[in-house]
Design a binder for this molecule. Structure first.
Ligand code: SAM
Length: 324
């Protein structure tokens, strides 16, 4: 029954059966009111007929005509009452049938909801497992890289005061944001493209560290990225990323506060700075130098909302678009 592809959508079936119960109840109420009205009329007519008839059953001749009329009305009302009783029986049966269908429909809906919940639960566990496995794989890949002579010059690098060191956002959360970005891009006329959801877009990661997220962005295929690049203030992390993920020139050493953001169509930034003044400066620079129509994925922004040119475009306010 649940898998019947020709049946109405389950939520619609519940709505429809609820409306049917409501209709049946309205008809039943109407039939009961009709019956009560006819009964009242009969009672009133009986009283009037009795009043015309003397205690011995005799009726004076000048009241005969009046009595006849009342008796005719009485007979007609009795017929109406019979009809009303019949309608009431039918409406009662229809109401019971609608209730049964409604109960069945609710039951099917409850089963379906339970199945959906179970499916969702297993999906969440599966996703979490895959992300865990991938994260371990990324770490293993980084651990297996022998840092060669030029890179050791950068070893022991300390991120500047006010910057965060490398802390990954978490692969699952990033994939979720990519899913939302993909939706935004597919709806944005500025990125429209014949025969595809949208044209290829360039992706830039600020503070990419050794490149876990960059590697994921370029391989997962959720968004249509033409190029994926990143930079980080930490040269050691960049050297590691180049060696571990074969990122080559896609990753460079650079300072987020000096970068020109006008080249990328999608920029991703997850709090490079712990110092609020520095984070605020970065966000102002992004708002100023991003190209019109570009997107910014920014989990945990500080004060992006203070820049009128940027508008949040997803429910979590993690994806922003520059006007234009
Ligand atoms: C919180 S981690 C974010 C890591 C990664 N983007 C992610 O989302 O998983 C911050 C990164 O920003 C880098 N960073 C800090 N200050 C920076 C700056 N001034 N310019 C560029 N990168 C910086 C750090 O080296 C670190 O890799």
């Amino acid at each position: 029954m649940i898998d019947d592809p020709t049946g109405p959508a389950p939520a619609l079936a519940v709505l429809r059966s609820s409306l049917a119960v409501d209709d049946a109840l309205t008809r039943l109420d109407g039939a009961m009111a009709d019956q009560a009205r006819h009964l009242a009329t009969l009672t009133a007519l009986s009283a009037r007929i009795a009043a015309l008839t003397g205690s011995d059953g005799a009726v004076s001749p000048y009241r005969q005509g009046r009595l006849k009329t009342l008796q005719l009305r009485y007979t007609a009302t009795e017929k109406l009452l019979d009809k009303a009783r019949q309608t009431l029986d039918e409406d009662r049966a229809a109401y019971r049938a609608a209730l049964t269908l409604g109960r069945e429909s609710l039951c099917r809906h409850a089963i379906l909801l339970a199945e959906l919940r179970a499916g969702q639960d297993s999906q969440i566990r599966k996703n979490a497992g895959l992300c865990r496995a991938l994260e371990r794989q990324f770490h293993r890949q980084c651990d297996s890289v022998p840092i060669s002579a030029p890179d050791t010059a950068a070893s022991g690098f300390d991120v500047p005061e006010g910057s965060y060191d490398y802390i990954s956002i978490g692969l699952s959360r990033f994939l979720d944001m990519l899913g939302r970005l993909d939706h935004c891009l597919s709806m944005d006329p500025a990125y429209a493209c014949d025969g595809a959801r949208y044209r290829p877009v360039s992706f830039l990661e600020i503070g990419c560290g050794p490149g876990h997220i960059l590697e994921l962005a370029r391989t997962c295929g959720i968004c249509r990225f033409g190029t994926c690049t990143g930079f980080d203030i930490n040269p050691q992390a960049i050297a590691l990323g180049r060696a571990a993920f074969d990122l080559g020139d896609a990753v460079t050493v650079g300072d987020a506060l000096e970068h020109d953001y006008s080249q990328a169509e999608v920029i991703y930034s997850f709090r490079p700075f712990s110092n609020p003044d520095l984070q605020s400066r970065l966000e102002a620079r992004l708002a100023e130098t991003m190209r019109p129509g570009a997107y910014l994925i920014a989990p945990m922004p500080l004060d992006l909302d203070r820049h009128g040119v940027l508008t949040p475009v997803d429910r979590a306010a993690e994806i922003w678009r520059k006007s234009g």
